[in-house]
Design a protein around this ligand. Structure first.
Ligand SMILES: *Cc1c(COP(=O)(O)O)cnc(C)c1O
Length: 372
């Protein structure tokens, strides 16, 4: 019998780039999939399902409130919407009403990123107007304070490798400033691994993507203060409808989070070990250098950073990355640094056989010595 790749003539993908939405986020494990299948094959009162899975997760994490949504983006939009309806004291149905003038969301300029979609657009979907504070590489607490007006409804902090990392205020002073101004703080921690840090610092809501570190199905998680999350829930009768989460994904994510919290994660050393042979082999190839590096945003992720010497190889890293994606099996590497001659290999979703395939294809492309 043909599988779906063959039936629809879909390209096969080896994902060495990390948790990328364009490749489907993450692969769920067998037991998460079983929960999804139970969800798909039964009925629930959705509000009850969302409330109960939320309180189950909240008690697991010992936080005031948790709530599952369709994606981190959906969580951002609905959180912004909640801030606007709160401040203007309007119904979720009047979110976009022009009479409700208070809709400014202050963000550090270096945080106003494109994560596949400009965050500005996501905030706009929630009815918010972005107001940037500071400069691309420098934003102080004073810069932020100077942007707060009577029309400000919230401050948003983006914790991400996409952001400018230097010159930005730390989360803690950012939250303190917001609260001093009696404003809520939304933290976009979509791809972060720490589920508690920002909540514990006092953020009103912290938003995670279900398909990134949590390795769940397409979904999002909100953790925050009960009073705030209760307001976000009201959006389900408003813009929440166009971003509803399926019952299968609610159960899938709940289980994925429970597993994530109880699971021993691979240590940095164990991750480094997985690259040992791969890097060794690459380092025997002329014009190629491979080494282990930790994630640039400080997450507990080790990747292999491969530098390609364009002069020796007569080919630059961007061309190599492009060629890796050609053919019946496309290999996606992490290409953020290809402009400076580097590709990164993220092995969280790559098995040993696939790692060997990456090596072989690389050798094929650069015409290096294949030692095996
Ligand atoms: C991935 C990401 C998002 C969006 O997550 P989705 O679940 O795909 O909507 C938002 N913000 C940042 C910083 C991200 O990295």
């Amino acid at each position: 019998m043909k599988n779906e790749y063959e039936k629809y003539n879909i390209k096969k993908v080896i994902n060495a780039s990390g948790k990328m939405t364009i490749l489907g986020g993450s692969k769920v494990s067998e037991d998460v999939y079983e929960q999804m299948s139970f969800g798909a094959q039964h009925f629930f009162e959705i509000k009850d399902l969302l409330d109960k899975t939320g309180s189950y997760l909240a008690s697991l994490m010992n936080v005031e409130s948790a709530y599952i949504v369709n994606s981190a983006s959906g969580g951002i939009a609905q959180s912004v919407a909640a801030c606007i309806t709160l401040k203007n004291q309007c119904s979720p149905l009047d979110l976009y009403c022009l009479e409700n003038k208070k809709r400014e969301v202050v963000i550090c300029k270096g945080h106003n990123v494109d994560y596949g979609t400009p965050i500005e657009l996501t905030i706009g979907l929630g009815g918010g107007h972005v107001v940037e504070a500071g400069y691309a590489n420098a934003c102080t607490i004073d810069h932020i304070q100077s942007k707060i007006t009577e029309n400000t409804v919230a401050l948003i902090y983006v914790k991400s490798h996409h952001c400018v990392q230097k010159g930005m205020p730390d989360v803690s002073s950012f939250i303190d400033l917001a609260h001093k101004n009696h404003l809520p703080v939304i933290v976009d921690a979509a791809a972060e691994e720490d589920l508690l840090a920002y909540y514990q610092l006092g953020a009103d809501v912290v938003i995670y993507s279900g398909t990134k570190a949590l390795e769940g199905p397409t979904s999002g998680l909100l953790i925050g203060k009960k009073s705030f999350i209760d307001h976000v829930k009201k959006q389900s009768q408003g813009i929440g409808r166009v971003m509803k989460v399926g019952k299968e994904n609610i159960l899938g994510l709940t289980y994925a989070i429970e597993k994530y919290l109880s699971h021993q994660h691979m240590s940095l050393q164990q991750q480094t070990q997985r690259f040992e042979k791969f890097n060794q082999q690459l380092n025997q190839v002329k014009g190629v250098q491979a080494r282990c590096v930790q994630d640039s945003a400080g997450r507990e992720i080790i990747r292999s950073e491969i530098s390609f010497d364009e002069k020796q190889l007569h080919m630059n890293a961007s061309v190599i990355a492009k060629k890796l994606k050609e053919g019946p099996v496309c290999i996606y590497t992490r290409d953020y640094l290809s402009n400076v001659g580097k590709l990164e290999i993220d092995i969280r979703d790559v098995d040993d056989h696939e790692l060997k395939m990456i090596y072989d294809k690389l050798m094929n492309i650069i015409g290096g010595q294949n030692n095996e």
